[in-house]
Design a protein around this ligand. Sequence first.
Ligand code: FEO
Length: 400
Amino acid sequence: MYCTRKVTDTIWWVGGNDRRLALFENLFPIPRGVSYNSYVIMDEKTALMDTVDPSITALFLENVAHTLNGRNLDYLVINHMEPDHCSNIEEIMHRYPETTLVCNAKTLQMIGQFFELDLTGRTQIIKEGDTLCLGSHTLHFVAAPMVHWPEVMMAYEDSEKILFSVDGFGSFGALNGNLFNDEVNFDRDWLDDARRYYTNIVGKYGVQVQSVLKKASGLDIQMICPLHGPIWRSNLGYILDKYTKWSTYTPEDKAVAIMYGSMYGNTERAADILASSLSVAGVKDVRVYDISNTDVSELIAEAFRCSHIVIAAPTYNGGLYPVVDTLLHDMKALNLQNRTIALIENGTWAATTNKQMRAIIETMKNMTILDTTLTVKSSVKEAQLEAIQKLADEIAAALV
Ligand code: FEO
């Protein structure tokens, strides 16, 4: 049985949800599932905007057939050749033998890499600035390289002023019937997953996202249709503001995230004492994370949200405790910038992680590492409480 929703009088959502997948890209936990959005435009010509993941092929094919209601599919527009959206290209091209596949040259090359598919005479190659007229609807193609693959094209439909934004403005999380941002409490129920999705999937490419936002600012956009998560049809300024902050590596909140690695609880104790000291110093938004027990994708999202980050790490095999090492390298890989960092090291015979953490952080852009660092020798001692309060006061002062 099909399960579609009307987006406008002439455009239909024909996607679906996967609530069984544990790890998106076999990397990121998605306890709330994920949606794969796809859209059909019904006009003099019909167009299908991208396909979906193989996990929902059966539903998707029913949705498309029901929406077309016996009409031919004239165009399959492929804006992004990642398999979570393109696994059904072959199936669609077989089922609808008169369909023309519309994509750019790089996408076509990737299709050839993924599929054994003879598309001779069945493609229309487009590039930035080209248009595809469907009747009353016209798609204008906008290159969006690295958002989040190199071949990505967004499509702007000018009669209904809709931006088909591909992964941009997407989110983890299955849709629960509510398709539009104004049908959900986005700030309460979706923002954390949208931030985690953006920062981990696209976070590295802030410059490219800025470039797309600049292009988008020249368009009259009334609706944003992404390939994951809710459709935006109101309060667009809210999500555009988030994207501006995330893509410029500007913290959303004046807040402190304390992220610690701890083998036996002693570095954890130092983190907790610092958190209490920060509260005493008047800091209201403090969150403490055990790196070993928090998925790195959540830590990355928090690092993008917070202005101040404390990293606490014991020595391990003469180097950094492995989960801390992974986190710092992930922060660097995702281009995190413009943060104030404080460091806590712990070691029984070699407390050297301040130096090791600093060496990684100093390779990142515009990171301020506070001069005051805390060295713990196995466990925090009463005599160090004053020094911890001093570090907390310094962080609190830097927050203002
Ligand atoms: Fe949701 Fe880049 O694919």
